[in-house]
Design a binder for this molecule. Structure first.
Ligand SMILES: NC(=O)c1ccc[n+]([C@@H]2O[C@H](COP(=O)([O-])OP(=O)(O)OC[C@H]3O[C@@H](n4cnc5c(N)ncnc54)[C@H](O)[C@@H]3O)[C@@H](O)[C@H]2O)c1
Length: 351
């Protein structure tokens, strides 16, 4: 059985603790926690963990094989490298680091000490995302030429340390990681050849609380990625357009549909058609009988599949799913996005 110690016993750490308790009995157990906040340590103690008030005692305790770092973002590199240097495997919450350079130093430490190092990019196991990926993999919308991924909130509030730049705050570091990770996972090894980003601080002075990214892939496919914390009329979570159909997923409950054309050849009137949009043939509505609706594919992923993979890797039975290559690509794209927003121009790249 593997044992796990947690640095930063906050909101997300309690998710990890509960999920491990519920799903991995006999395989993985959380044994200890270190936090700078006595109230959080009291909670951890109540939940049955051995608690530590300083990092050194925690890291010297040898009460675990894996350290999970779930502090605010700016502390991730320091704690991950310390854990690895003390002989532990390391799992880090996302975003793993603020810069690619920091991430590379974490990877180097893991390689030097021969330790597993992974990042909890758990939304690769979101059901909405997996439906879109499955539909595209099965060719249900043909060859995709545009994908839109949106996360819309209404409250205009970025909470706690996420409000501050020094902590690695802002929505691109918070949600952007997941959205970019999903898109590059969906596109496999196809490279991103340009990144355009426009970011706003609508109600949060120091960091972005809105961003729109446009990633262009080698094939010309574009992914539009948007997160807003202040969108009072909200748009669907996903749109995907292919040369054989269109897909929509409305929200987290995964209601949605795929619409396909029954035939690709239609006989249009040779003259301009009067429509509600005015005289236009191109934008005239399609006759209903030329369309078909098919159900979204069914999938059943769980965030805990992340830990199943970690255990299998430690047992020597599997490859790491969230690995150095894809985590690094996400960070590179985020760096390009900040640069694009700063320079108000698209950034050509090969990521
Ligand atoms: N993967 C996901 O779905 C997901 C969801 C939420 C948060 N997160 C990530 O988890 C991490 C924590 O976020 P959260 O929402 O749990 O935040 P949080 O504020 O609830 O918890 C952070 C904890 O870290 C402790 N802490 C702060 N500075 C510390 C330090 N220097 N040393 C030790 N402990 C320290 C705080 O006291 C707090 O208990 C972030 O990196 C965040 O991006 C990931």
């Amino acid at each position: 059985m593997y044992k796990l110690g947690i640095i930063g016993y906050g909101g997300m750490a309690t998710y990890h603790h509960n999920a491990i308790k519920q799903h991995f009995a006999g395989k993985l157990e959380v044994t200890a926690a270190f936090d700078i906040d006595p109230d959080r340590l009291a909670l951890a103690k109540n939940a049955g963990l051995t608690v530590f008030e300083n990092a050194e005692d925690f890291l010297n305790s040898k009460m675990f094989d894996i350290v999970l770092v779930a502090t605010p973002n700016n502390f991730h590199p320091h704690y991950v490298i310390s854990a690895i240097e003390h002989g532990y495997n390391a799992i880090c919450e996302k975003p793993v680091a603020i810069t690619v350079k920091e991430f590379d130093s974490m990877v180097n430490a893991a390689k030097k000490h021969g330790k597993l190092f992974s990042v909890h990019q758990n939304r690769r196991w979101d059901r909405d995302y997996r439906i879109v990926k499955e539909a595209i993999d099965q060719g249900l919308i043909g060859k995709p030429y545009a994908i839109e991924s949106r996360v819309h909130g209404q409250n205009g509030v970025v909470h706690g340390w996420r409000e501050f730049k020094v902590a690695g705050g802002g929505m691109l570091f918070d949600w952007g990681v997941h959205q970019i990770d999903q898109i590059i996972d969906m596109m496999g090894s196809e490279k991103v050849v340009s990144v355009y980003a426009n970011m706003h601080s609508v109600r949060t002075p120091e960091v972005d609380d809105y961003y729109k990214l446009i990633l262009r892939f080698e094939s010309g496919m574009t992914a539009q990625i948007e997160t807003s914390t202040y969108t009072l009329v909200q748009q669907p979570r996903w749109y995907a357009y292919g040369d054989g159909g269109s897909l929509v997923i409305e929200g987290w409950d995964c209601r949605g549909k795929i619409i396909r054309a029954r035939d690709h050849v239609m006989n249009w009137e040779p003259v301009v058609v009067q429509t509600e949009a005015g005289p236009t043939r191109t934008m005239a509505p399609r006759p209903a009988e030329t369309l078909e609706e098919i159900p979204l594919p069914s999938v059943d992923p769980h965030w805990t599949d992340y830990y199943t993979n970690i255990i299998n890797v430690l047992d020597g039975k599997d490859e790491l799913i969230v690995n150095e290559i894809n985590v690094r690509r996400v960070l590179q794209i985020m760096e390009a996005a900040f640069e694009s927003d700063r320079t108000r121009s698209g950034i050509a790249c090969q990521i």
